[in-house]
Write a protein that binds this ligand. Structure first.
Ligand SMILES: [Zn+2]
Length: 240
């Protein structure tokens, strides 16, 4: 802790959102831990029908859950860049695995309910998608502007405590296409966290129903279950 950090804590009470060490922002220990996270393909067993090929920017362990929660529920938008970086790494891995250079795509954030967005004061996956698109474009990627293509209708029960099959049923009828994406480009789903894959599968199913099948999906983090390493030649075929 620097003298400035100690003084900041004394007068402002500010803390690192990852470990609560006194400081003005994310501490270097937490930042390093997140930056060192492994990008990996996400496999789910059981895998929900319509689950797209998905790459996570890290595991949902250690400091990352606290940072995602802080970003989402406490509007710590200073973490946008760090979380977007994990998504960018996942996106690079996904595009490399797909082997379709020159394909134009657009990011489709997994929507929250209107009530959740109101409560948070932020549509957090849309914020992340815009940050990722902006940086991808800056680096010469063929990404088109982010649109709110999907919406979640009310009435989705809390997912906590439900088993995988119950989560699929809970989600599938409540995600729908509200508008089309940019023309002549393919959708890639984007979310903060995936657990069972139910939200991604429901979104992919809705887009398939609108004749716009997704290329794949990227998430900041995935809960740790069985998975294939990103270097595995079989990985691309596994978790669809
Ligand atoms: Zn920290």
């Amino acid at each position: 802790m620097t003298v400035v950090d100690a003084a900041t804590d004394l007068f402002l009470g500010s803390r690192c959102p990852g470990c609560e060490r006194p400081g003005r922002s994310l501490c270097h220990v937490c930042r390093t831990e997140v930056m060192a996270g492994h990008v990996r393909f996400v496999g789910r067993d059981p895998s929900p029908p319509h689950m797209p090929l998905t790459v996570a920017g890290g595991d949902y362990v250690g400091v990352l859950p606290r940072l995602i929660s802080g970003f989402k529920d406490e509007s710590l938008t200073g973490l946008t860049g760090l979380l977007a970086d994990r998504l960018l790494r996942a996106l690079a891995c996904l595009l490399a695995a797909l082997g379709r250079p020159g394909e134009r795509f657009h990011l489709v954030p997994i929507p929250s309910t209107a009530a959740a967005v109101r409560k948070r004061g932020m549509d957090h996956t849309h914020v992340l998608a815009r940050a990722v698109a902006q940086r991808t474009r800056r680096d010469g990627g063929l990404v088109l502007p982010v649109r709110r293509v999907l919406r979640t209708r009310g009435g989705v029960a809390d997912q906590v405590g439900l088993d995988a099959v119950a989560r699929w049923a809970n989600k599938f009828d409540h995600v729908e296409v509200r508008r089309s994406g940019p023309a002549r480009s393919v959708p890639i789903l984007l979310d903060d966290v995936t657990t069972t894959g139910a939200s991604l599968a429901a979104a992919a199913r809705a887009l398939e129903g609108a004749d716009t099948p997704v290329l794949g999906a990227v998430v900041v983090a995935a809960t740790v279950r069985r998975h294939l390493p990103a270097s595995s030649p079989a990985a691309g075929a596994g978790p669809r």
